[in-house]
Design a protein around this ligand. Structure first.
Ligand code: SF4
Length: 461
């Protein structure tokens, strides 16, 4: 775990988004809509909780027997005619992709959405070496055109309004900036992308599930772009995080039933595609990528995060994520899952993220593979404090709060004084630079009577 990079200031990065009423309201509503649709689907399946238990158990079993399943997967894939590569980290992954492409003089790669390739920063790496990379997923292409990271793992451009996309397309594709009708925008993207897919010499996909028993991979999408990227060009490369393994084909049913329901509140993704062998005359390459996963697997408190199937449900339900936007997390993974994964890459850089949570536990409740997200967030907070990575003001405020909260008399005196202070102190004293909370909110008036006083009065009566 690295502890050297510049700290991501989540609160500061979220400020422009928080200040923009139109965007933040849309974002909040849109993601809450996904969360509500997820509830509708989950409640429609009586055995939902059993499925969650089963999905969690399959993942835990696989992760605790990972070496054996990886070898089985590799053996079966090779027997199917797939070329299998192993990448220790992001740099190795990118080098392998580059070698495969440059050996065949590939100049254009079309690809579908893959958080792993984002994690490896593959696109800039290849572009610097003269290979054009075209994202074929609509949201991902919007983010590529805007030179931004995805802000959500399932809906990468969810922080943008249709009018933003209209302006972006006008700048980059020459469409009408006033035309923000969504089907029209989608058609413009389609018209731009299809010829590029037809001409591309290589295609790339990620992988939702890799089945050890068959050596096949499953890719779930809603636009069919992964199928085009994989099937049109003669060369298909699939980048696979080693945690994507599941033992048997029959286990797929458990995850496929939960993935889209948890992500978008729809019963299934439009396309659930299975790739097992190269097409006749074509090539299929798998790159199995570690990039910190083995190290995470060895972390007693955090290895459960490897069960993640990247559904985004924890993001949709998180009030902090919905009201701060994914780009404010400063990493590939945003929201609650980002708060527990990113610090495993670099503790100092992502030390603010575990604090971007109300600890309401809703993320844990919706997670289809039962990751104890809020407990891991709490654990990361302790580690951040132990490593002295808390900002000075927060550290001192926490020390003071700890003393006050541990002493009932002191606590009651503080509550009373705070009420008077809020009413009487000049504004400049209350809203000083140390009061981070007060930067975007007014401190509410204290009630005339505290709960404690009210309770004592009632008790006496
Ligand atoms: S942590 Fe759970 S809820 Fe969040 S993206 Fe992963 S699987 Fe989905």
């Amino acid at each position: 775990m690295k502890t050297s990079s510049k700290r991501v200031d989540h609160a500061a990065l979220s400020q422009p988004f928080v200040a923009d009423e139109k965007h933040i309201t849309f974002h909040d509503k849109r993601l809450w809509g996904l969360r509500s649709a997820r509830d509708g689907e989950a409640h429609g399946i009586p055995e939902w909780e059993q499925l969650r238990g089963l999905a969690s158990a399959i993942k835990e079993h696989t992760l605790t027997h990972l070496a054996g399943y990886l070898e089985e997967f590799e053996r079966n894939a090779r027997a199917n005619g797939v070329v299998v590569h192993w990448a220790r980290d992001a740099a190795e992954h990118n080098q392998i992709v580059h070698q495969i492409l440059s050996k065949r003089q590939v100049k254009t790669l079309v690809k579908s959405k893959s958080m792993l390739t984002e994690e490896c920063e593959m696109r800039p790496y290849l572009e610097e070496r003269g290979i054009a990379v075209i994202e074929t997923d609509l949201g991902e292409q919007i983010q590529q055109l805007d030179d931004q990271m995805p802000s959500h793992i399932v809906v990468p451009a969810v922080h943008k309004l249709a009018t933003d996309v209209a302006e972006l397309f006008a700048e980059t594709m020459g469409t009408d900036p006033k035309e923000s009708n969504i089907p029209v925008l989608c058609e413009a993207q389609r018209q731009r992308t299809r010829p590029l897919i037809l001409k591309a010499e290589a295609g790339m996909t990620g992988c939702n599930f890799a089945v050890a028993e068959t050596g096949g991979v499953t890719v779930c999408t809603n636009e069919g772009n992964a199928d085009l990227s994989a099937n049109v060009p003669p060369l298909h490369i699939a980048s696979i995080g080693i945690e994507k393994l599941i033992p048997k084909l029959e286990h797929l049913g458990v995850f496929i039933r939960m993935l889209s329901r948890s992500a978008l509140g729809s019963p299934i993704t439009q396309y659930t595609s299975h790739f097992r062998a190269p097409r006749q005359g074509g090539e299929l390459h798998y790159i199995l990528v570690d990039n910190g996963r083995s190290a995470r697997l060895a972390m007693d408190d955090f290895w459960y995060s490897l069960k993640c199937i990247r559904c985004g449900a924890c993001m949709n339900t998180c009030p902090v994520y919905r009201r701060s936007g994914g780009l404010s997390y400063g990493g590939v993974y945003a929201g609650p899952i980002g708060a527990i994964i990113n610090p495993t890459f670099d503790l100092k850089k992502y030390s603010a993220l575990p604090f971007a949570s109300t600890m309401n536990g809703s993320c844990t409740n919706v997670c289809p593979v039962k990751i104890n997200i809020h407990e891991q967030i709490y654990k990361w907070r302790q580690i951040v404090a132990e490593h002295n990575e808390l900002p000075f003001v927060k550290k001192e405020a926490m020390k003071l709060a700890g003393k006050v909260l541990a002493n009932p008399k002191l606590y009651r005196a503080a509550v009373k004084t705070a009420g008077t202070a809020v009413a009487k102190l000049p504004r400049a004293v209350l809203y000083n630079p140390l009061n981070v909370w007060g930067r975007q909110r007014e401190v509410p008036d204290a009630p005339a009577e505290t709960f404690h006083d009210w309770y004592l009065k009632r008790k006496k009566k």
